[in-house]
Design a protein around this ligand. Structure first.
Ligand SMILES: [Zn+2]
Length: 262
C-alpha cells in the first residue's frame, strides 16, 4: 500500500479556541501528533486566496488569486468579480489566459494517485483547490471529474451549507473517498466553525456550537484514518485552518462598497 495523505480544514478555526473544553476530538489528534504553533494565515486571510495557497504552497502574489474578490479587464475596463462564484474562473481565464500561475497539488499528483477535494465552503474556494480539473472536486453547486468533466447527478447537490451538510460530507468522505477511492491526497474542507463566526461573535454559544460540529467531523475522520492505518495504510493526516476570525464593531466601507465575500 502506497503512502497517502488526508488534509482536513476546519474553516476559520482560531488557534486559541483549540482547547479540550471546546474541541476534544481535535485535541486528541493534536496529542497524538505535532502541532505547528508558528503556522500563520496568508494575507489577505480570505478563504478563496487561502485555498489557492494551500493547493500551491505559494503566497497570493505568486499564485495570482489575490483575495476573495479581484478586478479583471475583459476588454471593457476593470470589473470586480466575487472569487466565490463558480463562474469566476472563466472571467480569470478570459482576462489572463489562465487560472493560477503555479501548479496545484492536484496537477502535481494527477499521475501519482490523484487528488479528491470535498468542500462545503463557497464554490470559488472549493474550485481553487483544483481550478483546471486535474482531479475530482465535489461541491454542492457542481462537481467535476478529471478533465473538468461535470458530474451532473452527483449526490453533493443535496448537501446543505451548514453543520448538517458538513456531517453528511464527512460521512461520504470517510466511506467513498478514504476507504474506497483512496486517492494520494484527499481534502475535506468544512464550513464550520467559520459559518457560525459569521453569524455571531467569538465565544458565543453559536460559535462554540460551530466548533463542536467541526470537532465531531474531525473525530469521524480520525477514526477512519486510525482504522485504515490498522489495516496497513500509511496515511499522513494533516488537520488545520485557513485563517481565524475577529469580532469587530465597525467596518470601513471602500469606494466600491462592501467587498464581496468579506
Ligand atoms: Zn476560510
Amino acid at each position: 500500500m502506497g503512502k497517502r495523505a488526508v488534509l482536513m480544514i476546519c474553516d476559520g478555526h482560531r488557534d486559541d479556541f483549540v482547547v479540550r473544553d471546546y474541541c476534544p476530538r481535535i485535541c486528541d489528534v493534536v496529542a497524538e501528533g505535532r502541532r505547528f504553533r508558528n503556522h500563520r494565515a496568508i494575507f489577505p486571510s480570505a478563504t478563496r486566496a487561502s485555498a489557492a495557497s494551500i493547493a500551491t504552497g505559494c503566497w497570493p502574489a505568486t499564485h495570482g488569486l489575490h483575495g476573495n474578490a479581484m478586478a479583471f479587464d475583459e476588454g471593457e475596463g476593470p470589473v470586480v468579480y466575487d472569487a466565490g462564484k463558480p463562474e469566476f474562473r472563466d472571467h480569470m481565464r478570459r482576462a489572463t489566459g489562465r487560472t493560477l500561475k503555479v501548479p496545484t497539488l492536484a496537477e502535481r499528483l494527477k499521475d501519482h494517485g490523484g487528488v479528491v477535494v470535498m468542500a462545503n465552503v463557497s464554490p470559488g474556494a472549493t474550485y481553487f483547490n483544483d481550478p483546471d480539473g486535474h482531479g475530482h472536486v465535489y461541491h454542492r453547486e457542481a462537481s467535476f471529474g478529471p478533465g473538468g468533466i461535470h458530474l451532473p447527478n452527483d449526490a453533493m447537490r443535496t448537501v446543505s451549507h451548514d453543520a448538517a451538510g458538513d456531517r453528511a460530507l464527512t460521512e461520504r468522505f470517510c466511506t467513498e473517498i478514504l476507504t474506497e477511492h483512496r486517492p494520494a491526497l484527499g481534502v475535506l474542507w468544512l464550513s464550520e466553525p467559520d459559518l457560525s463566526m459569521h453569524a455571531d461573535m467569538l465565544g458565543s454559544d453559536t460559535h462554540l456550537a460551530g466548533i463542536a460540529a467541526a470537532d465531531a467531523c474531525v473525530g469521524r475522520v480520525a477514526e477512519t484514518v486510525a482504522k485504515l492505518r490498522a489495516e496497513g495504510d500509511d496515511i499522513l493526516f494533516v488537520l488545520g485552518s485557513d485563517h481565524g476570525q475577529e469580532t469587530v464593531a465597525e467596518a470601513v466601507w471602500t469606494c466600491i462598497g462592501k467587498v464581496p465575500g468579506s
